[in-house]
Design a protein around this ligand. Structure first.
Ligand SMILES: [Ca+2]
Length: 224
């Protein structure tokens, strides 16, 4: 079956042997109009974990794979060039620009603003004082591949992500290191309890952006 039939089967929610999370979002050019939009918003959150698979070889930076703009705060959560911004910018010790699939995971809690950054299941850094005691605002817009200057729009090609994204999942708790490692090893798949990666939850915008079935997990591993 060609991939586009498989995707339409995925979106109808049946008929395919693949699991519904086995698709990726491809954003092949740096533009201000190719992006994905997650149709779910976030609740008010006192902690979160965001995890995703990323493949990019963009240089010098990968741009903005993920942004969450909330009412009154367009930069509520932004992952840009492997910095994470929760109203203030924090550089993260991640580097995924080698054109291979990498699993990245950011955890955060309002308690002291503690954060952790994982790449391929290993903790690469942690700290505190990132938006301490400020809960994440509810009711905003999640955009994949663009940075929002106003909620849901005003994108800038210079900040766009180029590459592929998959399994963007969000939880309203801090996942344990073992849970993160098992996802990065492809030994477990844990859908997000706040946002889970389903074709029906991801809208694609712009001619040239598309969804495709994801390669098997082995192909995503760095040494495959
Ligand atoms: Ca911007």
């Amino acid at each position: 079956m060609p991939w586009w039939d498989r995707i339409s089967e995925l979106e109808k929610g049946g008929g395919d042997v693949r699991s519904p999370e086995q698709f990726k979002l491809c954003l092949p050019q740096r533009t201000n109009y190719l992006y994905g939009r997650i149709t779910k918003s976030l609740p008010e959150m006192y902690a979160f974990t965001i995890s995703m698979w990323i493949k990019s070889s963009a240089s010098p930076g990968i741009g903005t794979p993920f942004s969450y703009g909330a009412p009154g705060q367009a930069n509520e959560i932004v992952l840009i060039d492997c910095s994470s911004t929760i109203r203030q910018e924090k550089r993260l010790p991640l580097d995924v620009r080698d054109g291979k699939w990498h699993h990245i995971c950011i955890t955060w809690t309002t308690r002291d603003g503690q954060w952790e950054a994982y790449q391929d299941g290993f903790k690469r850094g942690n700290g505190d004082n990132l938006a301490a005691w400020h809960p994440i605002k509810a009711g905003g817009v999640i955009i994949l591949g663009q940075e929002q200057d106003v909620v849901g729009g005003h994108f800038d090609a210079g900040q766009a992500f180029v590459g592929e994204l998959s399994q963007v999942n969000i939880w309203d708790r801090v996942l344990k290191p073992a849970e993160i490692q098992s996802m990065a090893n492809c030994s477990t798949y844990i859908p997000g309890n706040v946002v889970s990666w389903l074709a029906t939850n991801v809208e694609v915008f712009g001619r040239g952006a598309f969804k495709r079935p994801l390669e098997m997990c082995q192909d995503r591993l760095p040494n495959a």
